[in-house]
Design a protein around this ligand. Structure first.
Ligand code: SAJ
Length: 421
């Protein structure tokens, strides 16, 4: 493979593009956003991810990576575009369809097309049909089997935001070709930079594998979140409980928090529920438990505000400090952040001052700026606040247990201070 085209230059596509480029393979990045394309062509990045800036700069300045809005011929195409949910929790495959429309006209016999986007089972076969409709002059695996002109495979990414570059290289990969030839071609492509093992399977198992991994995590987090609400009712410290239960050799409970965020775990299980609504009872229930957790935290905060009012304070004089708004620890990413949702919900009704401590960001999102919420450092925020809500377990907070006065109220949704030893 001399030239690889990566379609979609986001959190997965861009790091993947730079890793191929670092192997001295010519990479053409395609994106629908002119801002993204211009930023990358300057050698800059439009997302925050450790190590990525240096890799992009090196790849662009060495001439191995170039971004464009128009698909161009290549030997292989890797599609890494979003697959969001519609309002009624159904998979929206329009970006994959648009990617097919954009690469279809430039496909050549011998090309390999890989889908990386998290997708419901059957999407790769659907992609093959879309491409076949555009290019009736070429044969595709569902028509011609192993001898097809175009080879197609599904290969999900499974990297953790904050560790993407490292995990892209080191993690094992599941590769589901539509035929054995398709799998073989995809394995040899990934082997140019992947040091983990590449496991070959069918296209449908590979699609389901990604959904299963994230549903497994969602169900396990839901168990921890449900436990935290049960324990609150019963006056039990859930953090101590989990620490003790986890001393059992076959028990490993995850950590409760203010909800589940990010663009993957809160989304992917719905793809399974959508395709098997009758069977996927537990997976649906887990989604509902995790989705309801931010509202439960908001109610706890409202009760704490009422307590302060009962003790004689006026609502307008109560200052609330929220610690963390990212969707999880040690990143700046606000996508589907339950912490941000909590801050927005409380701010919408609270008459007093609201401040936020977010060590990973230099500015607050517009929704909070408009609501006159201020970004502050930890020490100052804690010294001013009557109510302190710890929402994200950032490393910067862990070692910084503040001395609180007896009048200050702390709600620690991550158990890093209330459970400090
Ligand atoms: N969370 C908890 N308690 C825990 C662990 C996580 O409340 O014990 C919360 C986090 O705070 C966050 C959410 O869950 O809000 C998701 O965080 P995460 O670290 O579990 O996962 P993501 O969304 O950053 O990345 C996941 C990963 N999947 C798994 O760990 C099974 C990653 O490997 C996938 O590549 C990624 O989804 C993806 O792109 O699908």
């Amino acid at each position: 493979m001399n030239t690889i085209s990566i379609v979609g230059l986001g959190y997965i596509g861009l790091p993947t593009a730079t890793l191929f480029a670092a192997r001295k393979i010519r990479v053409i990045g395609v994106d629908v956003s002119s801002h993204v394309v211009d930023t990358i062509n300057r050698g800059d990045i439009h997302i925050v991810e450790p190590e990525l800036d240096i890799l992009v700069q090196a790849a662009v300045s060495a001439g191995y990576l170039r971004a464009t809005m128009q698909a161009e011929p290549a030997d292989a195409f890797v599609i890494a575009v979003p697959t969001p949910l519609t309002a009624d929790q159904k998979p929206d495959l329009s970006c994959i369809q648009a990617a097919a429309m954009s690469i279809g006209p430039v496909l050549r016999s011998g090309n390999l097309v890989i889908l990386e986007s998290t997708s419901p089972v059957g999407t790769t076969e659907q992609l093959a049909s879309w491409l076949a409709e555009i290019r009736t002059d070429l044969t595709f695996p569902h028509q011609a089997g192993d001898g097809s002109d175009i080879r197609i495979a599904y290969c999900p990414e499974r990297v953790l935001p904050g560790r993407i570059v490292h995990e892209l290289v080191m993690n094992d990969r599941v590769i589901g070709g539509m035929t054995p030839n398709c799998s073989e071609a995809a394995v040899s492509l990934y082997k140019s930079f992947v040091q983990g093992e590449c496991f070959v399977t069918t296209v449908r198992i590979a699609e389901m594998c990604k959904l299963t991994e994230n549903s497994f995590r969602d169900v396990n987090i839901a168990f921890a979140n449900e436990l935290s609400m049960i324990c609150d009712e019963q006056g039990i410290n859930v953090w101590e409980l989990i620490r003790l239960a986890n001393r059992h050799p076959r028990v490993n409970i995850l950590q409760p928090g203010c909800g589940v965020g990010g663009h993957c775990i809160a989304v992917d299980p719905w793809f399974i529920v959508d395709s098997a609504p009758t069977q996927a009872k537990l997976i649906r229930a887990a989604r509902e438990v995790n989705d309801a957790k931010p509202e439960w935290v908001v109610r706890q905060i409202e009760e704490a505000i009422e307590g302060l009012i009962r003790s004689g304070m006026a609502a307008k004089d109560i200052c609330i400090a929220f610690l963390g708004i990212a969707y999880k620890a040690n990143i700046d990413d606000l996508r589907e952040s339950p912490a941000l949702a909590v801050v927005e919900a409380v701010t919408a009704h609270h008459k007093g001052r609201v401040v936020v401590v977010e060590p990973n960001r230099e500015a607050l999102p517009d929704s909070l700026v408009r609501a006159e919420v201020f970004l502050m450092n930890l020490e100052e925020a804690v010294s001013r606040a009557h109510l302190i809500i710890l929402l994200v377990d950032h490393a910067a907070f862990k070692g910084a247990l503040p001395k609180l006065s007896s009048k200050q109220v702390l709600i620690d949704t991550r158990g890093i201070w209330s459970n400090a030893k």
